[in-house]
Design a protein around this ligand. Structure first.
Ligand code: PLP
Length: 359
């Protein structure tokens, strides 16, 4: 038999996925590099987190706590929620995958807005489910049109608030109305990865919407404001019965011991996290105003990034920024997302934008 004939037969859903291409960090002619493509915090490890990880290294020959009791208790206490309503995962992407696995049979539908988080179509296809993407309106969720796309096969709907990549938000009234329109048997996953950067008072804290709504699960992560992107830890909050089922779909030990210890320390560093998010939100205001003044029209953002709806110019703009050492996220044909960094990062981006030949 030839090598070709000996290859295993892969599922069609997996064959059709495109391979992940690692992106090279941009480098300016002077050798400078600005990492504004992945919405990470520009700050290094929180001091308490560094200490907790150091202590935890002693025990890395042992498996982590598979139920994550200490971290779950810390989250529950801090946010005033039932510990039985919290499930940990390998990043909130890991939790999202568990959720789809728990609710969608092959051929069932998963609904989301588009453009939104790129993991949604990937996880949906991996599960053999059918993605249903509803275009944003004015860079924001069009919940009324999304509600028109419910079918008897819709098992899960993602609402990303603020939305990645546009930073736009849905308010409490709008979201509550949508939650009331969700058909029986369908789960709403409110992805609040950027919750800590929200300053708009009209945006609800998703955790406050959970009581009395067993069809709602909130996703939170330690990857963004808490600065633990490299450790892979996130969680879901929801009705204990839903969370109990979700935990059964957990890939054993996928939330590691360093990640759990670091997340506890990060939660206990709330004041410093608030200070850091304050620096970023102030820079968000400054960067948005500077871009606006130069006619770039960024979307109104409540997250740690800005979206420039450049349409067909997105890719060339992204390539132009790269020549100045600024890595941004260009979504072909749609726009460019730039992470808000430290003032010097943002100035480098502003300089790159100003030198873009705009005709
Ligand atoms: C970054 C991000 C996450 C975080 O994913 P992790 O797996 O927790 O790192 C989740 N949702 C959205 C929309 C994001 O942008």
């Amino acid at each position: 038999m030839t090598t070709q004939e000996r290859l295993p037969r892969f599922r069609a859903a997996v064959r059709e996925l495109v391979s992940y291409r690692p992106e090279k960090p941009a480098l300016s002619p002077e050798g400078r590099s600005y990492a504004l493509a992945a919405n990470e915090t520009p700050f290094g490890p929180l001091p308490e987190v560094a200490r907790a990880i150091q202590e935890q290294t002693e025990g890395i020959n042992r498996y982590p706590d598979n139920t994550g009791q200490a971290l779950t208790a810390e989250i529950a206490e801090r946010f005033g929620v039932d510990p039985d309503g919290i499930a940990l995962g390998c990043g909130s992407v890991g939790v999202a995958q568990q959720l789809i696995t728990a609710v969608a049979e092959p051929g069932d539908e998963v609904l989301y807005a588009w453009p939104s988080f790129e993991a949604y179509p990937l996880l949906t296809r991996l599960a053999g489910a059918v993605p249903v993407a509803v275009p944003l309106r004015d860079n924001a969720h069009d919940l009324a049109t999304m509600a028109e796309h419910f079918t008897d096969r819709t098992r899960l709907v993602f609402v990303c608030n603020p939305n990645n990549p546009t930073g736009t938000v849905v308010g409490r009234a709008e979201l509550e109305e949508f939650l009331g329109r969700v058909p029986p048997g369908c789960l709403v996953v409110l992805d609040e990865a950027y919750h800590e950067y929200v300053r708009d008072k009209a945006v609800p804290d998703g955790l406050s919407l959970v009581p009395g709504r067993p069809h709602l699960v909130v996703l939170r992560t330690f990857s963004k404001a808490y600065g633990l992107a490299g450790l892979r830890i996130g969680y879901a909050a929801g009705h204990p019965e839903v969370i109990g089922t979700l935990r059964k779909a957990y890939l054993p030990y996928s939330a590691g011991s360093l990640a759990q210890a670091a997340a506890i320390a990060a939660l206990r560093s709330g004041d410093e996290v608030a200070r850091r998010t304050g620096v970023v939100t102030a820079e968000r205001t400054r960067l948005a105003a500077a871009l606006d003044a130069h006619g770039w029209r960024p979307a109104a953002s409540e997250a740690n990034f800005l979206w420039l709806p450049l349409g067909e110019r997105a890719t060339v703009f992204g390539a132009h920024c790269a020549t100045a050492g600024v890595s941004v996220r260009a979504v072909a044909g749609a726009g460019v997302r730039v992470t808000v960094g430290l003032p010097s990062d943002n100035d480098a981006f502003l300089a790159a934008a100003a030198s873009f030949p705009s005709a």
